[in-house]
Design a protein around this ligand. Structure first.
Ligand code: LLP
Length: 422
């Protein structure tokens, strides 16, 4: 059951009327549901619970400290890709021994910080990174537990900007070179190659690419075992997709995904790690916006809302179509019209939906963009000098502002005139 549902004709987030929240907080804002985060995390974990596993939430999907804390209190680990995310994970209550650090371009400082914090695992993505890590580990007198992130050369069949597991993508080390890399890694001081990792892309709605990639990984782990390497953990990355807009196909959920995992890797004697982001926080959040103007053009009705591409960039960047709903349910006999839902930013790309049929919309109405809890706030910017929008977390009838709207002064606060200016 969705935690965003109508009660007495008004869309609620758990026990909170989004209309009342919109009136008191001012739009736009993101609203996340504790119950939905909990449900999504537990559904993923339960699907895989028959075996020794660790679910590390991909912090990039939603790095809000209150969201991380909600998940860490359920036992989630964290997948991070920068020192900032690592600091957030720790601040959000994730124990260091449940944190995995991925990414193609970790700097010396970031690696040093990660080693200093004694995190569970660093997923190495190149030979140069491996050598640098060995150097830093030796300097600091510690051993780095690593996975080599391999690139299994599998097409994830998703948007080209978020596919990561093909040879031409920058990610990981070619799977064909993996055995020799492990050989080399074992010979390096300060390096403990204990795991294998992969991540082939995001928003996968077909499980076949996962199956192919898992099989390639299994072959590798078997070969590594044969060569005397002790692989204790297999990190299968994230990538499971969610439904955005009543897709005509079935979007597979954690249970079907887990079936594929078990089918291919069920009997392997390793801890399985997962790095889901979108499937945990995506459906747990909405972006609430207000209609500023309705502009009737030649053959086009534009609904201009107060949220824009800087607040939710996914439609502009990936042609994503987030389902849009009115906060106040229209009367059953309301007329339906075709609308283009657009933001105020000065780019045609600032369009959330084109020619969608919706019941009559009038100025002042509140609308929500659904499934905005992943890669929404986390990818927002202040483009057009628009302030970042607040984030609200609800729990039952309670709500809390978990990121406040900055003032304009705060937005300018890191800038100053050059020394030679007045
Ligand atoms: N692990 C690694 C190494 C990743 O690079 C990612 C996502 C994840 C896990 C989590 O993937 P998920 O379970 O959320 O699919 N901004 C894009 C998505 C970019 C994903 C990047 N990496 C979007 O809004 O669709």
């Amino acid at each position: 059951m969705s935690q965003f549902a109508y009660t007495n004709g008004i869309l609620h987030a758990e026990g909170n009327s989004l209309e009342a929240l919109a009136q008191s907080i001012r739009t736009p804002f993101y609203c996340y549901s504790t119950a939905a985060l909990t449900h999504n995390f537990q559904a993923f974990e339960n699907a895989l619970c028959q075996r020794n596993s660790l679910v590390c939430f991909a912090v990039k999907a939603n790095p809000n400290l209150a969201v991380i804390n909600t998940l860490s209190s359920l036992g989630a680990g964290a997948d991070v890709v920068s020192e900032g995310e690592l600091r957030r994970a720790l601040a959000g209550g994730v124990p260091a021994d449940k944190i995995v650090f991925s990414g193609v371009g970790k700097t010396r400082e970031e690696l040093r910080y990660a080693l200093d914090k004694r995190i569970l695992q660093i997923n190495v993505e190149s030979l140069s990174e491996l050598k640098l890590l060995s150097e830093i580990a030796c300097e600091n007198g510690v051993e780095a537990d690593i996975a080599v992130r391999v690139n299994p050369d599998v097409d994830a069949v998703t948007h080209e900007k978020i596919t990561t597991g093909r040879q031409e993508n920058k990610f990981g080390i070619d799977i064909s070179a993996a055995e020799s890399i492990y050989e080399y890694a074992s010979s390096l001081p300060g390096i403990c190659p204990t795991a294998v990792a992969m991540h082939i892309g995001s928003q996968l709605v077909d499980l076949a690419p996962f199956r192919t990639a898992f099989k390639r990984l299994r072959e590798l782990v078997t070969a590594l075992g044969g060569a005397g390497h002790q692989i204790r953990r297999i990190d299968l990355g994230g990538g499971l997709g969610v439904s955005y807009n009543g897709e005509s196909y079935d979007v597979p959920g954690p249970e079907l995904y887990a079936q594929v995992v078990n089918e291919v890797l069920g009997d392997i004697d390793c801890t399985l790690m997962f790095e889901p982001g979108r499937v945990i926080s995506g459906s747990a959040g909405v972006l609430v916006t207000k209609v500023i103007y309705v502009k009737k053009g030649e053959g086009r009705n534009f609904v201009i809302v107060d949220a824009a591409m800087n607040d939710l960039i996914r439609p502009a960047l990936y042609d994503a179509q987030h389902d849009i709903q009115p906060v106040r349910l229209p009367p059953a006999d309301a007329c339906t019209q075709l609308y283009d839902i657009v933001g105020p930013v000065c780019e045609t790309g600032d369009t959330f939906a084109r020619q969608i049929a919706m019941p009559d919309i009038i100025e002042g109405d509140y609308l929500v963009f659904n499934a905005a809890g992943a890669y929404g706030a986390s990818m927002s910017s202040t483009y057009n000098s628009r302030c970042l929008v607040p984030e609200i977390l609800v729990r039952g009838k309670e709500f809390s502002i978990v990121r406040k709207r900055p003032s304009y002064e705060e937005m300018f606060s890191l800038e100053q005139f050059a020394d030679w200016q007045e």
